[in-house]
Design a protein around this ligand. Sequence first.
Ligand code: HGA
Length: 605
Amino acid sequence: MCGIVGAVAQRNIVSVLIEGLRRLEYRGYDSCGVAVLAGGEPKRARSVARVADLDEQVRETRLEGVTGIAHTRWATHGAPVTDNAHPIFSRNELAIVHNGIIENYETLRDMLRGKGYEFISQTDTEVIAHLIQSLYSGDLFAAVREATGHLHGAYAIAVLHKSQPDTVVGARQGSPLVVGLGEGENFLASDALALAGSTDRFMFLEEGDVCELTLEKVRVFDRDGKPAARDVRQVAAYGGAVELGPYRHFMQKEIFEQPRAISDTIPQSDVFDASLFGETAPKAFAEIDSLLILACGTSYYSGLTAKYWLESIAKIPTQVEIASEYRYRDSVPNPKSLVVVISQSGETADTIAALKHAQSLGHKHTLSVCNVATSAMVRMTELSFLTHAGREIGVASTKAFTTQLVALFVLAATLGKMRGNISAKQEADYIRQLRHLPAALNSVLALEPQIIAWSEEFSRKENALFLGRGLHYPIALEGALKLKEISYIHAEAYPAGELKHGPLALVTEAMPVVTVAPNDALLEKLKSNIQEVRARGGQLYVFADADTKIVNDEGLHVIRMPEHYGLLSPILHVVPLQLLAYHTACSRGTDVDKPRNLAKSVTVE
Ligand code: HGA
């Protein structure tokens, strides 16, 4: 989603700002812009196309300056048109970029209109610009601190003012912001990644912080308005371009990277040890009596899969909840419940807010499963388990999902062992199966040509049903989500037993029914569900384990998966669904890596 880059330097900073935006591009955006102080005035360029177009504009117009801010916008308030693109100006004196949503913008807008401020854009951001300008009397840092006291909602901002040519002021509340420290120059960004190449020394701002960057100095005030010292951390943020190699899209590359990503995520240790989750994990895990998993989207589905593992392997009651629902409902907190938050980026606004909510309700032990070591989420939880998926560029998550599954399986096995529910032999078997997963995945990836043949059919459909049972129901959900996200085909997933309670009414020849059919205890039940669909003329597309004896027949198309992989089977069964969504989207000619209306890290509510 939105990205922020800012800099104060003694050299023309425009190329650094544009390069920073390029590094944040993969997150998804619909417009972008840059502003610098040039000749004592803020000057800007904005584009509703790509950062490459913005780059062309700044070259053509020779936009140059030593102090500047830049932004990629994912519109929340106001269409993605030039007038709404950031930087937003106030009276040609102040420029601001903003990530987040200001909830009381209507009240503030009325108040500021009353003071004579004219609103050019439809954004909520413009109220922040005019508010700071209205409070400005020669000290931008002070004006921003005062302004933040009036804002409700979430924001990370970077601001500059024509009267203070060597200053950029930032503030954060609910959206991430980091300060990058240079030699005689300083930077601001919504993600350290944006500044790779410019610095590797960072200060991660905390909630409510306001900072002032000048050439030689960075000052931070905390939410109580007191000067605050924030640790400086050395972070080697890899910002190099990720190569596409022989692949057509990043999503395809990331699907094929899963064997490597999974092998990097599987712990080296030959035993399941609580300390894999953090120093205090052995004590924390001994104190808990249940789990509460909070996540959104694909991460929510990895949580749903984990519930089956946690309850069957560790015999520990587990509740899984969509983060944006949990945070706004009355719940009954159990301080002995371990709160597990799952997010690829560790910046997902809804999940972070749900975590804070759980903490405020008295939940003591928290664990994040995340792909970014420096993320807000990892910093906020007592315990963490890092997935090693590597950078995921495609908006539709693939390798982040399967590595989350590995992490959550390790959690279930670790808790199972601590609670005396798995034997030493069982533990050794699980470790062996985990180690063999990359090879098993390679044989699933080899099914790609058969899946391509199916995708031709799918690309002509407008609806699809996905069925799974038990442990594979969340995999059906994930398969339907993938298809929706990138091919724009309407897809819904059901536990197969639910078919006769409603969705069977939709089944006709025109409705493909994708079925995940592992050879597990529910196979016979699933076979009956398959017959129910066939009896109504439905077209079934079944991913069946080799040993299920489900074979091609009229109305029944089968791709044979390898032998059944026990409890880890969901990690294999999701892969052909990713490939099916991918190739269907390619046949339909959609923008696979950047599907319409979606963004990579969902940093707004
Ligand atoms: N609300 C602002 C910024 C949106 C944002 O942070 N998106 O990720 C706008 O709509 O311009």
